[in-house]
Design a protein around this ligand. Sequence first.
Ligand code: G6P
Length: 608
Amino acid sequence: MCGIVCYIGKQEATPILMEGLKRLEYRGYDSAGIAVSDGDETFLVKEVGKVRNLEEKVQALSPHGTMGIAHTRWATHGRPTVENAHPQTGETEKIFLVHNGIIENYRFLKDDLEEKGHTFKSQTDTEVLVHLIEEYYDGDLEKAVKEALGLVQGTFGIALFHRDNPDKIVLARRGSPLILGIGENEFLAASDVNALIRYTNKVVHLNDNELAVLNHTNYHITDFQDRKVTREMETIEWDQGAAEKKGFEHFMLKEIFEQPECVKNALRGRIVEGEGVPRLGGLEGVLDRLKSIEKVHFVSCGTSYYAGLLARYIFEKLTDLSVEVEYASEFRYRNLRIDERTAILAISQSGETADTLAAVREARRKGALCLGLVNVVGSTISKETDAGVYNHAGPEIGVASTKVFLSQCVVLTLMALLIGRYQRLSLTDGLLVTRALKELPDHINKVLKQADYIQDIARQYAKYNDFLFIGRLYNFPIAMEGALKLKEISYVHAEGYAAGEMKHGPISLIEPNFPTVAILPRDSTYSKMISNIQQIKARDGHVIAVAVEGDDHIQSHVDHVISVPHTIDIIQPLINTIPLQLFAYYIAKERGCSIDKPRNLAKSVTVE
Ligand code: G6P
């Protein structure tokens, strides 16, 4: 949530900062700004709206200099206005600061500063922080930052510089990610590696309660008690092209089409041939402990939560574990029975979601084994868990998650298989699962080939403002995810429901302007799904069905059929999710929505 990018080196900073902001825009996009210094003069440019609005202003003003900081904002305190955009400055307008996170005690600090004569131009908590640092500044910026941060409650990832000493950028972190990019005599920093990979693949992660100083030739890290921190550089494997659209109109469409590859990446090197069991290197260190676990809680948010909901059914099928799925934001406040025989599995694309991280910390406090399923290597959740597995899905830029959702479902299936095979799952059943997973990329390709057909259906339905998505068993979470995709990117009201519950409420909504998307694979729920569809048709509701190839029976019951390849029950939902992603995408496109950056949403939610 919110994006930070900084540069100090030999090149002109502005183009690098602007490029970085574009790559971070999915983290927040209601206003943006940069501050660049050429040693004598500091240029501050801010604008409301997307980064392209800022770009127009930047082109007109041509800020120049070899160091600078930049920010794209997702508003928490104060509306999106130029005054509230970052960088924020203090009383003397000499310190320039960008901030991700929330200063929870900003009101108290502000009152105190006002009494000391400070006046404020914005409604932001960030401006309070700049004034506070200014209050402590006596020529030593790092010292002032540490002293000020000692008084701050809340979360922050900050970058700042002082006009009188434009040879250094100071960064500090608690709860909001910051990554240093190490180039040849140039240094960058950003809240996300996407902003760095074009310039360097060598990174150093800043941890909580650490401060870094970048200058034109060097960098160093200390903790808030001034102790030197030595940290190895890491090499990022994501290639720059992965963060570009490669001819697709939107990142979301590109990411939907990347899914066959994503499945291959999630499976690569992880299936032990002929054994019906996966090898998950990240879990090997805790395998013995895992064998004594009786209960697992999946904790996550948004789309990752739906991956957990699906995985519950898969774990129930393949393992003897008892599984609970909980929104991370709820989990941390519940009074749960957690002990050393309990594991929690945090599922998070970004690995930075504040609620999920808080849930991990809460579970750790209670003695649970903490596992992670994360896409972003080196992210906070990946570091704060005892063990875990990476998705290896590459960067996901579209705010609405598609390829990582699928990848999560694949890896969760592998985890269930691993545990199940140590329990009662037979070799034969294990082999059925691994074979179905290996066939998955081809099956997905078959669905993707129907994109034009799905677009055609979406055109016919784009005028509706309400949708119901129904499914049973494994496909109930997929119905919810399908509804979420539609509401996220096309601002259409959509409800995902367990089809059996339809008669207990949603059926009252059914009428010709309230279409239903029904998922009905050829499993034990088929005839019940047909009954639900008949109930909808009896009330003049339109129905689009996602059904398996060769199901000729369904045609006569519904208005449209999207046929998908058939596989085993537990893998079928992974295929069924693809047409729903495409359906949401094409409806949003038809309605002219901002698909990759939907209003009010952000990719990485680092506020609670
Ligand atoms: C935000 C994003 C969603 C994502 C959710 C959880 O709401 O817009 O796409 O599913 O956060 O994010 P995580 O990174 O923890 O999976």
